[in-house]
Design a protein around this ligand. Structure first.
Ligand code: PLP
Length: 235
């Protein structure tokens, strides 16, 4: 993808988010774009940064660390880890990311809290919910969510910010909205349980279902393909 195409696709993604917020009757700053740069080269992230994008999502630890090393000169860049996380990779994530969206086990959360360097602020956490109840998918069930939230909430080096989900693909706006509505309700319940926690984040919506997610209250939409183009490998 050339510079010109990236500037156009990023502008189009911003317009699309703005229009979705407007259609939902929400303020223009109620949701922001997370640019999902997995499998894409550091040079594209640099271009997007020059176009004003600051938050980037990565799925693979080693790939992300390589790109971060190349991009260390970029001010105010914010890295989000959004992929499945194994316990042998938690240290790198705790040391090199600002956010993790894919926490679905207490053991992983505990390691992230223990390994978060004191010199950095607390690690911002979204709990990943298996919102479509798919047997093979990652994410905690809604039933088990309150107990995990309680545990994470008490961990000193983590800051519980909200929930993330990747619903099973469905057709049509109404069907797409249903799982996002469940995630929103789950966050509302957590807010009642933990009024002191900064539970302000619904990480939901991707290139194919942004509008449905924004209609249900998404605050962070994770766009890969719509910004950087199709991925050829490791999608
Ligand atoms: C790849 C990925 C995305 C981006 O998906 P697109 O369909 O390319 O927008 C968003 N969230 C997660 C967790 C991903 O792994």
């Amino acid at each position: 993808m050339t510079d010109l195409v990236l500037s156009e696709s990023l502008a189009a993604a911003r317009t699309r988010l703005a229009e979705a917020l407007h259609a939902a009757g929400r303020p223009a700053d109620a949701a922001r774009l997370l640019a999902v740069s997995k499998t894409k080269p550091a040079a594209m992230i640099r271009q997007a940064w020059h176009l004003g994008q600051r938050e980037f999502g990565e799925n693979y630890v080693q790939e992300a660390l390589d790109k971060q090393a190349e991009l260390g000169d970029l001010d105010a860049i914010v890295w989000h880890f959004i992929g499945p996380l194994q316990s042998n990779k938690t240290r790198e994530v705790a040391e090199h990311f600002a956010w993790v969206h894919s926490v679905d086990r207490e053991k992983i959360a505990r390691r992230l809290s223990d390994q978060r360097p004191e010199a950095l602020g607390p690690l911002d956490i979204c709990l990943q919910v298996n919102i479509s109840d798919e047997a093979s998918k990652s994410g905690i069930t809604l039933d088990a969510l309150p107990a995990l939230a309680e545990a994470v909430q008490a961990m000193p080096r983590l800051r519980l910010r909200g929930l993330m989900a990747i619903p099973a693909p469905t057709e049509g706006p109404e069907a797409q909205r249903a799982p996002f509505a469940r995630l929103r309700e789950a966050l509302e319940n957590l807010r009642e349980h933990f009024p002191e926690a900064p539970l302000d984040t619904l990480s939901m919506g991707m290139s194919d279902d942004l509008e449905a997610a924004v209609a249900e209250g998404a605050t962070l939409v994770r766009l890969g393909t719509a910004i950087f183009g199709a991925r050829t490998a490791r999608t």
